[in-house]
Ligand binder design. Sequence first.
Ligand code: MLT
Length: 269
Amino acid sequence: MIKQAEFRNVKVRYSDKGKGRVIVLLHGFLESLEIWDEFSAKLSKRFRVIAIDLPGHGETPAIGYVHSMELMAECVKSVLDSLELRKYVVVGHSMGGYIALAFAELFPQNLSGLCIFHSTAMPDSDEKKKDRDRVAEIVKKDHTQFVSDLIPKLFAQKNVPLLKDEVGKAKQIALNTPKEGIVAALLGMKERPSRELVLKNATYPVLFIIGKQDVILAWDNLLLLTSLPKKSFNIVLEHAGHMGFYEAPEETFKTVKKFSGMCFREKGK
Ligand code: MLT
């Protein structure tokens, strides 16, 4: 069911499916809650699944000129508070993972588990920061070319002709993302700090999903982070790029389902 919650005078759109222990799905840059449609339909047979249109994405309007990861995390918290939810597993795809880590820093007591889905606790390199500014200037004029070029690169090259529908859907969602949302997310990602300490201090289990063909985040760098949390789990997808929920749907679904079940069983959390 699609619903709305209020945060800083804007209406935040989210979906709420299924019953039971709660899993929160946070989409990535240029995505919306629809990116999780198939994933959340399957997960909601066993869990209650909340997927949120983050500020400036999907149908949730932008809030400011820069959407810091902390601001987005506060938005997520206000949606979950409005539902009176206290404990959940948070799954964040890419930018959603940066937000999940900011959430973990601000509200650790609410987490039963954290899944970093093609994402990282490392900040942007200086080169990447410059690139965010460059892209923001391009997007302010016209985002269509940037989006059309980027989306296919998120998939492993071999998967692009095999997953035409998924590439098309991701592209459509990205094209519908308002320019101000794209710019605000770029500037927010650019200023995010390292959150290695969040991983190191995590008292809850952490799952890393890593794509070996990911051109956005190099898999070997991500693998290094898996040594930080005390309770750490990971899966390296041989044939996936940055879109594992489309490129390896069964494997990623089963992994998240098993991980979440384990998180909720831990000391009755
Ligand atoms: C995403 O998929 O959310 C972005 O590619 C992340 C990023 O640009 O760092």
